[in-house]
Structures are given as C-alpha cells and as structure tokens.
Design a protein around this ligand. Sequence first.
Ligand SMILES: C[S@@+](CC[C@H](N)C(=O)[O-])C[C@H]1O[C@@H](n2cnc3c(N)ncnc32)[C@H](O)[C@@H]1O
Length: 434
Amino acid sequence: MSEGHQAVNCDGRAQSWATRRLKPSSQRKGEPEVHMNDHMRRLSTPWAIAVERSMRIANSEIAPGIILDPACGSGIHLAAMCLETGRVGLGIELNEEAGRFAAANMNRLLEKGGGPARDSNRILIGDGLDAESALKTYHKSLQNSNFSSAPPVSLLHVDPARPLDAQNHTLDEMAPPIGELLSAWVPLMNQDELGPALLLDLSPRLSRKQRGEIDAILDEVAPGSSRTWEWLSQGGGRIDRLSVWVGPLASESSHRAIRMGAKTVLRTVEAESPTPFISEKRGMPPSFDQWIVIVDPAVVEARLHSAWLASFDSAGYNPIWQRASLRRPILVSDTPPPDSIREDPFTVAVGRVCGHRLSSPDMENAPTVARAAERSGIGHLVLRCEVDPELHPKIQKRLNKALKGVEGDRGFIVDVPVSRGDNWHVVHVTCVES
Ligand SMILES: C[S@@+](CC[C@H](N)C(=O)[O-])C[C@H]1O[C@@H](n2cnc3c(N)ncnc32)[C@H](O)[C@@H]1O
C-alpha cells in the first residue's frame, strides 16, 4: 500500500546532503562524477548509453510535457534525457537513499543556473506505481516553489529492477511490474495521434514468450501505436541492452540492432520484417580452408541477419548460417568474405579453418592446443567457444603463456555443432585470421 510521496528538489541542498554521505566518483574514465552506492552502481545504465539514447529521443516529435522515470535509481538516465531534450524531469524512487542521491546527481549533471524549468526537476521518494498521488505531490511541490504550471508527463522511460535469472521469472517480478506501471501512467500522459512516448528498458535475457507478453501489454495500453524492439551490443559477444521504443519514439521498423562503440553508434540495422534464423545442420565440421565469420549476436537475436547480409555487395560469397555453441552465430563459406563484411562493426572475427579438435580447450590441454595453433602460423589464439566462465580467463591466460614470443597471425577457436542423425556433437574449429 502506498504511503504517499516526498518531493526532493534537485538543488545544491540535495547535493550537499549527498556529498556528506558519499564522495561522488566517475563510473568510467571520462564520465561525469556522480553519487552511487554499490547497489545503485550494479543497476545503473552506463552513461554513454543513456546519452546516446537521449540524443535519439531529442530527434523525436514528442507532445509538450515532462519526462518521467518512475524507477529512476541513480537518476543518471533521467538527467541525460533532460540534458539532451531540454525538458524537465520527474524521477520516482522507492529507496530513499537512492532517491536522494538521484536528486543530487540531477543537480550535478544538469546545466547550472536557475529559472523555472531548471527548478522544476524533482525526485519523489515513494512508489512509482501510484501515479495519481505522485502527480499530485509533484504539482503541489511546484506550487510551493511559486510555479503556477502543472505540466503533464509526455515521455515515460522505465528501467525496472529485474530478477537476475530473468528467464525463469514472470514479468510481474520486475520491480516495478511493467503492466501495472503502464496501466497506471499511460492514461495520464499527454500524447498525440502517434500515441504515448514510451521507452522500456528490459532484460536482454527475456525469452521470446516474455517479449510476447510485453507486446500484449503494449497492445492494451497503447493500441495502434508503432513500436521498435531494439537489441544493442557493445561488441563483447552478448546482448547488452534490450529495449522497446513506442509511439513517437518508434522508427518505421519493428526490429533494430545496434552496435555501440565506446561512446557512439557504430552501425544500425533495421527492418520491418525479420526473418527466422535457421541454423543449417551439417554432418561434417567446416573443412580446412573454408571461412568462418563470427557475427555479433544482436543481429541474429533481432532476426535481422538476412537484412544485414543483404546490405553488402557480396556477389560470389554464398555462406550458410550456423549457430556455434548456444549463442554465437557464424557464417561458413568456401570463399573469403568481402572486405565490407570483414570491416563491419557487427563482425566479431573472420578466419580460415586450419584445425579441428573434439575436446574443449581446458587447463590441461591448453599447451597442446597452443602448439597445434602455432604449427598453423598462429601467434595469438583467442577462445571464442563455450567454456566455464570462471575457467575462461584462466585457460586464455595459459594459451597466451604457451604462445608467448611466438610470431604469427591472430587466430580463434570456435565450437561448431555437427549433427549425427538425431544427435549432435561439437567440433572445436581453429581458424587463422590472416
Ligand atoms: C534498474 S534500477 C534503475 C536504474 C537507473 N536506470 C539508473 O541508471 O540508475 C530500478 C530501480 O527501481 C527502483 N524501484 C523498484 N520498484 C519501484 C517502485 N515500485 N517504485 C519506484 N521505484 C522502484 C529500485 O529501487 C531501483 O533503484
């Protein structure tokens, strides 16, 4: 049961309060200093991602009104949106300490100086689900500061806290739960014919079924509004963010994959009609001298792999798609991929097959694996196959040690499934990146 909200101004007082408790620090090199305890840090959106998204939001036509983040955590995503769009922000946070730090962070990050817009930013301590009480408290707080306006919400961004094992939980276990949250806020939002401007930041691990449940919620709260599902990768071989952009924030495409660099977007692929991913079953592993391209999983999870491949002028290059290990998509071909694919930001690695082994690299066999790679002209071998995440850096270290001082090309090992009737096994394929 909600017990109302407490409004905190995003001003020097909030900042002094926070500074007395926790020294501000920069999360990554070159990023602004903010107040965050360890728990908040684990949950917070990286600053570069928040800024990049906010720049895209700033290019959208959104109805007049303020930006709401009803589960604002550290407040840095809200601050980035306010900075880039020039709009006022309202954050709500259940945890009092986090909410007070968020008010201080807003003050640190927003442009200095007074004025009605700058002084209208607020963080409310309380339940983000209780929309009517929150709006009432916000407007009352503006009145107390002698502002006569009662601005509506016209953009809602939410990044709910999610159970770590997201796939085995229901959407209701997100905090706050998305369905209840949107049902409470969307009817109160200022919107035009494109529908409500919503940005939902979701767990990249959501299953296809859970994504269907989100679609069903959006069909109900924003019927007829466009939406774009976005898979974002920072190049580490996994999906880093999954989000849905609704109404005026949506593009013309229903699916989008983004490869983000340290600060900017390196490549975007979009399409209206995604294609199913079919991993070709082969009874033999890729043969020596065939070529393997490891592709960023964002392209395949978004089902945009065909659109991505079609974006290249690749006459004469006729690869097949396979899925190495659980999540690593690969292209296998007889001819080398064109330079445009080699150089594409969604390409993780390209190599020519030079070795096979049945057993997975481990701590014992690493020196033998390294010697075999050396015989194929490899001087640095990268593990790109499924191994126990705890052992992964240790095995990699052992490979590096065994190849120390060896002159040669870079190479990688990838695990490719090979089918035998109804069963399949894995062959570890070594490739040289010359
Ligand atoms: C994933 S974090 C948000 C992180 C934020 N995007 C950032 O960059 O720091 C989710 C936040 O929602 C808060 N929360 C959970 N349930 C809530 C509720 N019902 N009302 C308000 N805040 C809530 C949690 O305390 C947590 O700080």
